[in-house]
Design a protein around this ligand. Structure first.
Ligand code: DX5
Ligand code: ZN
Length: 214
């Protein structure tokens, strides 16, 4: 699956930019609060407006402090998947249950330096695991290959445990790095600049999909 990140889109034309990626599996929306990460993007009112103009399942990546306070609002608004950061959540199992009860898939994300081991038991309560392959905060950064070890471990845990968890990767995905990530076992690839900086975002999505299937 390919999930274009609108962080690299033209924020003055977001409805058009969503239409430009109509062939995507999910659309990835980066919510940043200038506390958990040093950048500030958009929040629930913008997500609510975007949900009205697209049928693409929305994958909301909350790079925020105190996700317990805000995440449910995104689920109630109709986001398909709501991902919170392991480093910021206080009661991950309870929050996953609350997100599901509010009608969304529950996602857990780990930063490049965060080990997977402490989260292994929590994983079965989630629907997606988002492995960050750049430090969260900005688009257009270079892929950190060290995270591929965690991806392989996650793939193994999901397969051997028969867990219903989508392994997702986010950051620095392009036509080269997507092959490495696919080989390590990723199911869903977030791509911001590789899609939106292309002349034809729709073609860029198909090209990435082909490379992942190599
Ligand atoms: C970074 C965001 C990413 C970002 C990826 O903190 O979580 O979703 O948009 O952008 P690229 O694909 O350009 O690295
Ligand atoms: Zn993201």
């Amino acid at each position: 699956m390919i999930a274009p990140s609108i962080l690299s889109a033209d924020f003055a034309r977001l409805a058009d930019e969503l239409a430009a990626v109509a062939g995507a599996d999910w659309v990835h929306v980066d919510v940043m609060d200038a506390h958990f990460v040093p950048n500030l993007t958009l929040g629930l009112p913008v997500v609510e407006a975007l949900l009205k103009v697209t049928d693409i399942p929305m994958d909301c990546h909350l790079m925020i402090e105190d996700p317990e306070r805000w995440a449910i609002g995104y689920a109630e608004a109709g986001a398909y998947n709501v991902t919170v950061h392991a480093e910021a959540v206080s009661d991950p199992i309870r929050l996953a249950g609350d997100l599901r009860a509010a009608g969304a898939k529950a996602g857990l994300s780990i930063k490049p330096g965060t080990p997977l081991e402490p989260w292994v038991d929590v994983l079965k309560h989630y629907d997606t695991l988002l492995v960050m392959s750049v430090e969260p905060g900005f688009g257009g950064q270079s892929f950190i290959p060290d995270v591929l070890g965690k991806v392989r471990t996650a793939r193994e845990l999901v397969d051997t445990g028969h867990l219903n968890v989508v392994v997702e990767i986010d950051g620095g995905i392009n036509s080269e790095t997507i092959e490495l990530a696919a080989e390590a076992g990723v199911d869903c690839f977030v791509a911001g600049s590789a899609v939106y900086n292309a002349d034809d975002p729709g073609k860029a999505i198909s090209a990435l999909r082909d490379r992942a299937a190599h």
